[in-house]
Write a protein that binds this ligand. Structure first.
Ligand code: ZN
Length: 320
């Protein structure tokens, strides 16, 4: 297995949201990547500029953040050529895994490919490494998300090139990845959901040991989704037995849903799922079931009390 550490730079509508092309809020203008072997040794790099076709001038954020010039972009390749060359450089599908800093690069890459009608060679389900998350799991609490430069500083990596070009950020991300205890973080791959499961058969369940992730297929309406028994069931992911619900699913803001269950063998399991909408307007959920202790169970109880209190207050306000 090789690792393709990728970073993208993108532009947005220079005259503001009002003139934005809805299907392409961010247009990629630079692809940078570093290839590492299975021992995290650097093998090669890839770098290219792309001539913008939608937002032809740089937005002030992109102008301020990156060091790219309008001339360099105008001399760039077409997006189709750049992406084709990039994937040819990556190698055969299944022989490499993409690594990015954060969760947005793969989404924007696929959105740009869709907009420009380019068939994606990326397989599904699409597993990748979010190095920002791996850094947190290895060095911090697993929840904190640091800026790339902060992680570079924390690891004492030499800062000999400027940040915020695709190739420099890919180089730094690769260096961060190479510093991590890979045996410890290897199992924590992320799942990209730009393309969601198209059928029941394609639904994704991954057991990470201390928690299980489940991604449903898409539904036309939120109602269909939140009434789907597979989503609401709290079967223990360790033994397969039904964990009895202690607190049934409830919601705080109609996006995040929580519950508490108890497996006879493994104890408390807390559940949460979030309703999301894909680019085609379909609703799907990403659910996590996680083993927990008395303290974790109490947190769910408190959250439910809080929701009830808020509802009561709302009702009283209405009456008054
Ligand atoms: Zn169990």
């Amino acid at each position: 297995m090789q690792y393709i550490v990728m970073d993208l730079e993108w532009n947005q509508c220079p005259s503001g949201k009002g003139d934005e092309v809805e299907a392409l809020p961010f247009e990629i203008f630079e692809i940078g990547a570093v290839k590492l072997d299975c021992n995290m040794e650097r093998l090669d790099s890839f770098s290219c500029y792309i001539k913008p076709q939608v937002y032809k001038e740089l937005h002030y954020i992109a102008k301020g953040l990156t060091h790219v010039t309008q001339e360099a972009l105008d001399a760039g390749k077409s997006f189709a050529d750049a992406v084709t060359e990039f994937f040819a450089w990556c190698g055969a599908e299944g022989e490499y895994r993409i690594c990015t800093w954060g969760t947005s690069d793969l989404v924007e890459l696929q959105r740009n490919m869709k907009y420009f009608n380019i068939t994606s060679p990326l397989g599904h389900p699409l597993f990748y490494y979010d190095v920002q998350k791996l850094f947190s799991i290895d060095r911090e609490d697993g929840k904190l998300r640091r800026a790339l430069e902060t992680a570079v500083d924390m690891l004492g990596i030499e800062k000999n090139i400027d940040f915020h070009s695709a190739i420099s950020d890919a180089e730094y991300t690769a260096k961060v990845l190479a510093c991590l205890n890979f045996n410890k973080v290897e199992g924590y791959f992320s799942i990209d959901t730009y393309i969601i499961p198209q059928s029941l058969k394609e639904e994704i369940r991954v057991n990470y040991g201390t928690y299980e992730k489940y991604i449903t297929k898409g539904y036309e309406t939120k109602e269909e989704l939140v009434n789907c028994t597979r989503l609401l069931s709290t079967r223990c992911y360790l033994c397969g037995q039904t964990a009895r619900k202690k607190i049934r699913w409830f919601t705080m803001n109609s996006k995040m849903h929580y519950c508490l269950a108890e497996c006879r063998e493994h104890g408390y399991i807390k559940g949460r799922f979030k309703i999301r909408e894909d680019d085609n307007g379909k609703f799907y959920a990403s659910r996590v079931l996680k083993l927990t202790n008395e303290l974790g169970a109490e947190e769910v109880r408190q959250r439910q009390l809080e929701v009830r209190k808020r509802r009561r207050e709302k009702r009283q306000k209405k009456k008054a």
